[in-house]
Design a protein around this ligand. Structure first.
Ligand SMILES: [Zn+2]
Length: 556
């Protein structure tokens, strides 16, 4: 379900918007009384003392409202006050991060059929307003299965809702944002809505149970998204994958009755200067295959296509955000199951382009499907930059927890730009090293590479996976995002809701948007020096990557 919250901008000029708005209501609080959210910061001069029945400072002190970002405190209004309820909201230092947190707290209070009013955005800079609205919309996100989504494909051939089955108590909640002028923040609200909608799409796809979510289902969803968002779509079925040598996807999908797909979405604006390929891991369920996971480790494995969901979500927003780069999204979708036809440990498979891999563990399958897509991108699409995003290793969760993802990059400019995008977007990143000394451990006596290290060396699981992927990038500027920790949240926390977080959607959109602008600004609003930015490569030709470029991989 997309975000079901309606935003309405209400223009109230002047320095006391909330007081003027409440006076203008004249007791009319339709549609249904809802909370009035008052920022603690500036409440003393907001002119609402008579409405509160006491000076605002006194009410705030009595309720122990701290003003910390995201702190939301209900207060009791004395006799003679306005109809409420009133909530006091902390905006902290009003930085984008604080405004996101504050917005998320408000978003959680949005209730169906009720209208919440807040002056938190009034007169605020665009950056703060954008952060607040994204936080608000994501905080109001709820995942719900439609009745026809609850049953697996084969059990519900006629599983659509009967005609006239009205959505019962699901009238959208409304948030009335008081602004200084009718067009204040109009473009910000639209862009923030697009970004939040994309994150919600990633969450929806990721939260869908695997009984319904086959590789074919994911491809159908991607095609449906493409149709409405100015993208072209191509889906490679198992026959086409076999005919073209996508041995990694086929091997991983070979144990499942539900065959793999490669999904290719293309966005091509009129005058593009660089071509970016985004690659997402789309394992629609990961049992581990014959290297079977323990039961506990399987509970969340419907989300093992989170990277693929992010790629589809990012593609869905490009036209609306006016992104200037050409972008191709690839989702390598397969279901990893054990069966008589499954991939075996010790098997040797041949990837797109001919490189062979010895599979020592069938639960290290994400890198096998990604390798096909990366090799295809390099050989056929010939992009200027490649980013892959994947719930790839449990090791990264051990290293970084769930609040940030790991980034590996073969290119310094990409690394720096992605870190800058992380700072502005709220999707936090930490750069990890590609340790060349560890590469030898992936040597195989029977193939070009092994999918996990041979031997007893203490493993650097997330780094090993990144080193494996690098072998398939053809030396192009490339970054790998390991989101196995950040893709899932165990609780409602800030703008994350329990379950899928859609991590990476905001990051990649901010990265793509920033490359269209110069100079790029950092999270502190400090512009990077213009000289830091290399000129863009010209379109319509493959970039040449000089051998031995510092930071570029040495290929086996
Ligand atoms: Zn696995």
């Amino acid at each position: 379900m997309p975000i079901d919250t309606r935003l309405t901008a209400v223009a109230v000029p002047g320095s006391r918007p909330l007081a003027d708005y409440l006076a203008g209501l004249g007791g009319d609080t339709q549609p249904g009384p809802g909370p009035i959210v008052v920022p603690v910061q500036g409440a003393g001069s907001a002119g609402i003392d008579s409405c509160l029945g006491a000076p605002a400072a006194e009410v705030i002190a009595r309720a122990e409202a701290t003003g910390n970002a995201g702190d939301l405190t209900s207060v009791v209004i004395g006799p003679g006050g306005c109809p409420g309820p009133f909530l006091f909201l902390g905006l902290g230092d009003e930085s984008p991060a604080a405004m996101r947190k504050a917005g998320a707290a408000v978003g959680r209070r949005v209730a169906p059929g009720r209208a919440l009013v807040t002056s938190a955005l009034h007169g605020k800079p665009a950056e703060a307003a954008h952060a607040f609205v994204v936080g608000l919309l994501l905080g109001s996100y709820r995942f719900a299965l439609a009745r026809d989504d609850a049953a697996p494909d084969d059990a519900a051939p006629n599983g659509t809702a009967p005609d006239g089955a009205a959505p019962d108590d699901t009238a959208p909640g409304e948030v009335r944002l008081l602004v200084a002028a009718p067009d204040e923040h109009a473009d910000v609200l639209a862009a923030a809505g697009t970004v939040a909608g994309a994150v919600a799409l990633a969450r929806d796809l990721t939260n869908m149970p695997s009984g319904r979510k086959t590789p074919a289902w994911l491809a159908d969803e991607a095609v449906a998204v493409a149709a409405g968002r100015g993208l072209t779509a191509r889906v490679w079925d198992a026959g086409e994958l076999a005919a073209n040598g996508f041995g990694g996807l086929l091997a991983v999908g070979s144990g499942s009755a539900r065959p793999p797909r490669l999904i290719e979405l293309s966005y091509r604006p009129e005058r593009w200067q660089r071509h970016v390929v985004l690659v997402g891991k789309g394992i629609t369920f990961d049992s581990g295959g014959l290297s079977l996971k323990p039961s506990d480790g399987m509970k969340l494995m419907k989300t093992d296509m989170a990277g693929g969901a992010v790629v589809i979500a990012v593609m869905s927003a490009l036209a609306r955000l006016g992104i200037q780069s050409r972008v191709t999204g690839l989702v390598a979708a397969a279901e990893n199951m054990p069966s008589g036809s499954a991939l075996r440990p010790g098997d040797v498979i041949t990837h797109f382009g001919g490189r062979t891999v010895e599979v020592l563990n069938t639960d290290a399958e994400g890198r096998l499907v990604l390798a096909d897509a990366l090799a295809y991108a390099d050989a056929v699409l010939q992009p200027d930059a490649v980013v892959d995003i994947a719930t790839l290793t449990g090791s990264v969760r051990v290293a970084l927890g769930t609040q940030m993802a790991a980034m590996y990059a073969s290119d310094e400019r990409m690394a720096r730009d992605l870190l800058a995008a992380a700072a502005v977007s709220g999707d936090a990143l930490w750069r990890m090293p590609l340790v060349d000394d560890y590469r030898d451990a992936l040597d195989s006596p029977v193939a070009d590479l092994a999918n996990i290290p041979h031997g007893e060396r203490a493993r650097a699981g997330s780094i090993d996976a990144a080193l494996f992927l690098r072998e398939f990038t053809g030396g192009r500027p490339w970054a790998h995002l390991d989101i196995a920790g950040a893709a899932r949240s165990t609780s409602d926390d800030g703008e994350n809701s329990k379950g899928a977080t859609g991590y990476g959607t905001r990051l990649l959109l901010a990265w793509l948007a920033a490359d269209d602008r110069a100079p790029l600004t950092t999270g502190n609003g400090a512009p990077l020096a213009a000289g830091d930015r290399a000129p863009l490569a010209a379109g319509d030709r493959a970039p040449t990557v000089p051998a031995g470029t510092p930071g570029s991989p040495s290929l086996a």
